[in-house]
Design a protein around this ligand. Structure first.
Ligand code: PGA
Length: 253
């Protein structure tokens, strides 16, 4: 397998006003050149162009949190990949469990969004994750592998299609609870297997698989050293530089 550069991404969700830009700048200043990870912040669409301006020249990537599958059209309230890129985004989260739950997004819809992201020049971060009930029923691996197969478009097997997968157990998000390192390793190994069997060893082996769900400065080092954990998707702990910086610094380089 090729060496994968860690990717640490903040997910601000529906948080962030003008004042938050100072936190993003503080992350960039705090890091300087002293880290080897790729680092990004996914923020509400209203902030993206200001965030891109604030982070210009720092190497930090800006991302959206969702995207419509079409490039333009009569879709009131939606934002396309081309629009996100125009605002300065390079990344976009697709299929976050909060969107799957609250907006009825299916694997098929998520795959269409992932395809749209690449069409618009963005690197999609495709999210999967099981519920607590599915884990308790012993179905976690089956559920997340099925989501990954359905949500990552088969044409991502072709060269030059960068994307990341994010494993976020729904019950770990915002709860302060995370799976133990063995469970994380098992899930990531299963997802790597699913990617390789769907896309082949080159494309399926190159995508970083991020872990998400209550990642903090206190647990990041342990999580990030698990085999096949290629980074983190961080919600609550990405909102303040003092919480996010230790997570980025914990990424192995
Ligand atoms: P959390 O959120 O870090 O606040 O648990 C992670 C996510 O939902 O991406």
């Amino acid at each position: 397998m090729p060496e994968i550069r860690p990717l640490i991404v903040g997910n601000w969700k529906m948080h962030g006003l003008e004042a938050s830009l100072a936190e993003a700048r503080a992350v960039a200043e705090g890091l300087g050149d002293s880290h080897l990870a790729r680092v990004g912040i996914c923020a509400p669409a209203t902030l993206l162009s200001r965030l891109a301006d604030a982070l210009r020249g720092t190497g930090l990537l800006v991302g959206g949190e969702d995207v419509h599958a079409e490039p333009c059209g009569a879709f009131t309230g939606d934002v396309s990949a081309e629009m996100l890129a125009d605002a300065g985004a390079r990344l976009v989260i697709v299929g976050h469990s909060e969107r799957r739950a609250a907006h009825g997004e299916t694997d098929e819809m998520v795959a269409a969004k992932a395809r749209a992201a690449l069409r618009g020049g963005l690197e999609p971060i495709v999210c999967v994750g099981e519920s607590r009930a599915e884990r308790d029923a012993g179905r976690a691996l089956e559920v997340i592998c099925r989501q990954a197969r359905g949500s990552v478009p088969p044409e991502f097997a072709e060269p030059g299609r960068p994307f990341a997968l994010a494993y976020e157990p729904i019950w770990a998000i915002g709860s302060g609870r995370t799976p133990n390192p063995e469970e994380i390793g098992e899930a990531h190994a299963a997802l790597r297997g699913a990617l390789v069997s769907a896309l082949g060893p080159v494309a399926g082996g190159a995508a970083p698989i991020l872990f998400g769900g209550s990642v903090t400065g206190g647990n990041a080092a342990e999580i990030l050293q698990v085999a096949e954990v290629g980074g983190a998707l961080v919600g609550g702990a990405s909102l303040r530089a003092e919480d996010f910086l230790p997570i980025v610094r914990a990424a192995p380089g």
